[in-house]
Design a protein around this ligand. Sequence first.
Ligand SMILES: [Zn+2]
Ligand SMILES: [Zn+2]
Length: 263
Amino acid sequence: MLVDSHCHLDKLDLTPYGGSLDQALKAAEEKGVKCILCVCVDIHHAADVLSIAKRYPFIFASFGIHPSEPMEREWEVNEIVAQAQAKEIVAIGETGLDYYHSNGAEDAQRERFRRHIRAARELNKPLIIHTRQAQEDTLAIMKEERAQEVGGVMHCFTETSEMALRAIDLGFYISFSGIITFKNAQALRDVVVDVPLDRLLIETDAPYLAPMPYRGKPNEPQYVYYVAQEVARLKQCSLESIAEQTTQNFFQLFKGAVLPNFC
Ligand SMILES: [Zn+2]
Ligand SMILES: [Zn+2]
């Protein structure tokens, strides 16, 4: 069994499936993908994300506002907490810092990130952290706001081994996407080798970042298979053992994600 630990099901291109999410999920299931975390990035789609998770017992949701998402005003901690109550919401995020897409709003990003961490601690739900070109600030805020009390994942990780290991020291997991299959991503493949298997997750981040051999096409949950395959190659393990370990890691981290008949 495989888990897609991070994707945006409300944004999938369903054209190949005649517009049917059911069919896209069936295709994923046929590739062994039996659990999916559907991640929220903005308040306008939060209800869609939650309603997908309510419809399928093997799909879970998050609530969060992406660091690069424009907002008329920042949300208070209690507003985030109020939005993230449902039992299907097993994590807070995407949150974090993205200085590559900051439009000069780095102060606002930092404040928003702090509020998400405070909300996560209040809710006792783990964090889904997006970080790009903001290594030191991300780690500093995680420490200052005591993110380690709830833990979480550094999703779609593209930074250095040093940062990965420092996040792991704070009790976080590192999640790799299809980027690790890209020809020009050797530095990131070296990071995969350095991350201990008991701290590693896999994701698609669909509909973005389709792995090889689908690079450039819309991504979908079934392609997490190719991420697992590449991790297996890099770790010199079987695909089955990577599937098993990353699945175990997922349920270890996202305690609210409980599958019917899963033990
Ligand atoms: Zn992200
Ligand atoms: Zn994402």
